[in-house]
Design a protein. Structure first.
Lengths: 160, 797
């Protein structure tokens, strides 16, 4: 197998790399770019820990090859944190203790932000349904649902 | 009986101005995890680090007649291929027994199988390469010749004379048996108005930590020292075991535990592949990393439960429970796990059945048998869900038989709140429990009568809802009685060192560990409260055998109760030392001074006298200005272990409200309530979240989670798509309430809360399903309660 050249944007930064065609995006982010906030929980697209944003949509980075991200834009938890885009969501997670071990949390925050962008005022059932692809083994989900609900309310109050 | 802190003079140390005890404050370590800046073992990379992948047996039981790795060794990036025989040169085998579990036997287990594999998934060879992918490529080119042997899979026939014996040297497949007989069981059963029997079946399931087990082992040959980076609950235990089997002194092994992606008991054991990774690092003289993939996790992370328990209860028409009797059978795989053994769960079942109730008549037998399946061992709430489901299932069956409300029969039989101290029929000693207060609170929280009315109304519309109640007790704060007395080098004491730094901030090193429970937070809350400093001045260091006092770690609901008390005592000593120096500086007396909000103040009028930063400056940089003879000690260390009671029992009660769809067999959880009593509550939010998380793991066992083996010992659902875990859409909101009975064994008064949720959740759900199905005249005593189980019980399939 021969590495192939790719270029893409990761968290707003142009990246040029040579990767094996079989390398998945999660491993590319973690092992090549050292963006270890994207976690690998099952490597078969079920647990949601590796959720990232790709061209504006959330995807499981373990199910996409790095070469498929060619010319695309990838945003990871590090990018969303540094830009401040989800600072309020993170604050709500902190206040509500919506994480314990934290391994699912980057993916959970990605999925939550995706929901809040699509549905500014989701009810609890909608939140629960949207997070159904993200496993959490510690919290039992209730605190996560609470934190997202709180964030939605606060954003709505701030909105003009 | 609820005792408040005001009842206890000793509590004054926690009842100080600006105390954080009993307050919800955010955990200090969350931003790191939320921003993707944590450091899990799978994130760690070291110079010259190699990756190991294990080739694993496809058979449940087979002789290894040959391993040909020549082709694999020629593959690009391959550093070595190591077999069981080769690795045996650097690491010795082990036997998972403890002397206090009389008669427990097991066979020597090796880091990598030698000559024979005993379960599907046992490692046969290690492939070490420059990347995990290269190692996985090479694994496919290793040819192993197997000669299949009979696989012992069904625990019900494991002891039959016609069944082959997995370890012939042991004589049979019986690992452990315990019998207990208290009171006059036969006589009271004969005199009972009704005797009800049932067999309870519990599926094998596992922990599914979202971060798989991971290790980086780094042998530095020049220092003759091994550093192990591992997500473990017990770093000092890992240090001891690694040293013991690698022929090293403990001082030659450092265990570092950074962020841990879930553990729940899965990461409190020592696994063969982890031992192999330590050994490979020593053998290859370089760092070696092992990260299990999800399929490996299912095949090698300990499984739990898998019990068949026959139960019997006697009851009188007035609701008096006369006796409990159980006969429990469990299969543990081919080896007893190391070093905690796989007999503990069955032993706990014997200990805990009937625990909440008054009756002293109790007979139990538990048998633990070997099988050719993955190893089974302690997982969150060890034995509790079994004991609770059997006990509470029997109590409900008895109530049904005599036509009594399930709440009423519990009221009539739970140990009275003023009857303590007392002992259970299995000999467990209870210091102070609060079953009746907890039940009363639960009934109020759930509005029991209104819910019964709603149930009846829905029933009229052919909607079948059920209410299930389950009282429970939980083992917390274990003393040496758990492991130490059996010869295991697993510490039951914990230590905390706390010091004031040169800018008046506090550094606290503790031997308990953090896996998300909030160990760091509760330690900082206690230190801040006792010392009189704000939490943002307290930095907690944990998970490093080089840099913390010696101790047990975080497991068995012990972190807050034992590690928290050590933190309290160490901080009291530091406070005294600081006030001694302050008195010398201020020409005052220590008794006239206090520390409040980071400053030494007058007790009399609260006036600030000296900021801690200024005091620290003087002590560290201008000690020449202190009066002669004053040597400041701005660091203190204390250790703690419970001595009076072997365990601090807690109690609680759970309720489930659910709907059963009798056409599809699906169960919809509508609401869940828990009232529990963990003594002093340090951080209410963290306690509630421990309860909720624990409940949901119990709900997983109740409805979804099961490792499904075929008759040849093949695990057929070893992936996250086929093995179901609770997802957000299926889980109910969970209301949590508390009764507070602090333990008097410590000044802190805290007992554990980590396992209470898991202990009773499945029992509450099963009782609720049976309540919902009452008009259909069927009783189900098997979990998980899958649609198939329910429809079968209803005669629909």
């Amino acid at each position: 197998m021969t590495p192939v050249p790719i270029f893409l944007e990761v968290n707003g930064e142009r990246i040029d790399a040579h990767v094996l065609p079989r390398l998945n995006l999660a491993d590319f982010l973690r092992e090549h770019l050292k963006l270890t906030g994207t976690h690998v929980g099952c490597e078969h697209g079920v647990c949601g820990a590796c959720t990232v944003r790709f061209n504006g949509e959330i995807v499981r980075s373990c199910l996409i090859l790095a070469v498929q991200a060619q010319e695309g834009s990838v945003e990871t938890i590090e990018g969303l944190s540094d830009s401040g885009e989800i600072a309020d969501l993170q604050a709500a997670f902190r206040d509500r203790n919506a994480l314990q071990c934290g391994f699912c949390t980057p993916g959970m925050l990605m999925a939550a932000q995706d929901l809040l962008k699509q549905t500014p005022k989701p009810d609890r059932e909608e939140i629960r349904a949207h997070l159904s692809g993200n496993y959490c083994r510690c919290t039992g989900y209730q605190a996560i649902i609470d934190a997202i609900e709180t964030t939605a309310r606060l954003r709505a109050e701030r909105a003009p | 009986m609820t005792r408040t802190p005001e009842d206890r003079a000793a509590f004054s140390v926690l009842d100080r101005p600006n105390s954080y005890i009993g307050k919800t404050v955010p955990r200090p370590n969350l931003d790191r995890l939320m921003q993707g800046r944590g450091l899990y073992v799978s994130d760690i990379e070291l110079p010259r680090m190699a990756h190991v992948v294990f080739l694993r047996s496809p058979h449940a039981h087979a002789k290894i007649t040959g391993i040909d790795a020549a082709a694999a060794k020629r593959m690009p990036g391959i550093i070595a291929v190591v077999t069981g025989q080769e690795i045996a040169a650097v690491i010795t085998p082990w036997v998972g027994v403890l002397s206090h579990l009389k008669g427990l036997k097991s066979a020597p287990q090796s880091a990598i199988a030698v000559d024979r594999v005993c379960w599907q998934g046992e490692a046969v060879a290690a492939i070490i390469a420059t990347s995990r992918a290269a190692a996985e490529d090479a694994a496919e080119h290793i040819s192993v010749a197997y000669e299949e042997l009979d696989a012992v899979t069904d625990m019900q026939t494991a002891l039959d004379p016609t069944t082959s014996v997995i370890h012939p040297a042991l004589g049979d497949n019986l690992a452990f048996e315990r019998n207990h007989d208290a009171g006059t069981v036969d006589a009271v059963l004969a005199a009972s108005d009704e005797v009800v029997e049932a067999e309870f079946i519990f599926g094998r399931h596992t922990g599914v930590t979202l971060e798989p087990r991971s290790v980086v082992a780094d042998w530095n040959a020049a220092e003759a020292r091994l550093t192990i980076y591992q997500g473990t609950q017990a770093p000092h235990m890992v240090q001891n075991i690694a040293a013991l089997h690698l022929g090293l002194q403990e001082s030659q092994v450092r265990v570092v535990c950074k962020d841990v992606g879930g553990s729940f008991g899965i990461k409190v054991h020592i696994y063969a592949d982890e031992m192999a990774t330590y050994a490979l690092s020593k053998l290859l003289r370089r760092p070696v990393k092992f990260v299990a993939d999800r399929v490996e996790s299912f095949n090698t992370d300990i499984h739990a439960r898998d019990h068949r328990c026959k139960g019997k209860i006697g009851v009188k028409c007035d609701g008096t429970i006369t006796a409990f009797e159980i006969d429990d059978l469990t299969g543990i795989g081919p080896y007893s796990m190391y070093p905690r053994t796989s007999a503990i769960e069955a032993n706990q079942v014997v200990n805990l059945v009937g625990g909440p109730y008054v009756t002293k008549n109790y007979r139990a037998r538990a048998r633990v048998v070997f099988q050719n399946k993955n190893v089974m061992c302690q997982y969150r709430a060890v034995g509790h869900p079994i004991a609770c489901s059997v006990t509470e299932g029997l109590v409900d069956l008895a109530a049904m038989k005599i036509g009594m409300d399930p709440v009423e029969i519990r009221r009539r039989n739970l140990i009275a709140d003023d009857a303590y101290p007392c002992a259970s029929p299995s000999g467990l000693r209870f210091e102070q429990l609060s079953h009746h207060a907890a039940l009363a609170k639960l009934i109020k929280m759930m509005d029991y009568d209104a819910l019964r009315a709603e149930q009846a109304m829905l029933r009229a519309r052919n909607i079948h809802c059920g209410i299930g109640i389950a009282s429970f007790i939980e083992v917390t704060n274990p003393s040496a009685a758990f492991y130490g007395v059996g010869g295991a080098k697993i510490s039951s004491q914990d230590g905390v060192a706390v010091r004031l730094d040169a800018q008046g901030a506090v550094v606290c090193q503790t031997s308990i560990t953090e896996q998300g429970q909030g160990s760091e937070s509760l330690t900082a809350q206690i230190v801040g409260s006792v010392l009189g400093v704000s939490m943002d001045r307290v930095r907690v260091i944990l998970g490093d055998t080089d840099n913390t006092p010696y101790g047990g770690g975080t497991w068995a609901s012990r972190g807050a109760g034992i590690g928290g008390e050590a933190a309290l005592q160490a901080t009291k000593e530091l406070r005294k030392n600081i006030l001694d120096v302050a008195a010398a500086i201020l020409q005052s007396s220590p008794g006239d001074l206090d520390i409040v909000s980071n400053s030494v103040v007058n007790v009399s009028d609260g006036a600030p006298r000296i900021e801690l930063s200024e005091l620290a400056r003087i002590v560290y940089f201008r000690p020449d200005t202190l009066p002669p003879g004053i040597q400041a000690e701005l660091m203190a260390t204390r250790h703690f272990v419970p001595r009076e009671y072997p365990f601090a029992f807690t109690n609680g009660v759970q309720a489930s409200w659910l709907e059963v769809d009798t056409d599809t067999g699906f169960v919809k959880l509508l609401k869940h309530w828990v009232v529990e009593d963990c003594g002093t509550i340090i951080n209410p939010q963290l306690v509630d979240e421990q309860i909720r998380g624990g409940v949901v793991q119990g709900l997983g066992a109740a409805l979804f989670e099961k490792c499904i083996y075929d008759e040849r010992g093949q695990l057929t659902n070893a992936n996250l798509a086929d093995y179901l875990v609770p997802m957000s859409g299926e889980m109910p909101d969970i209301d949590v309430g508390h009764v507070v009975s602090p333990t008097l064994e410590s000044e802190l008064g805290a007992k554990g809360a980590g396992e209470a949720g898991t202990a009773g959740a499945a029992a509450a759900v099963t009782n609720a399903v049976n309540d919902a199905l009452r008009p259909f005249g069927t009783i189900i005593t098997e979990i998980p309660l899958t649609p198939q189980i329910i429809l079968t019980a209803l005669g629909r399939i």
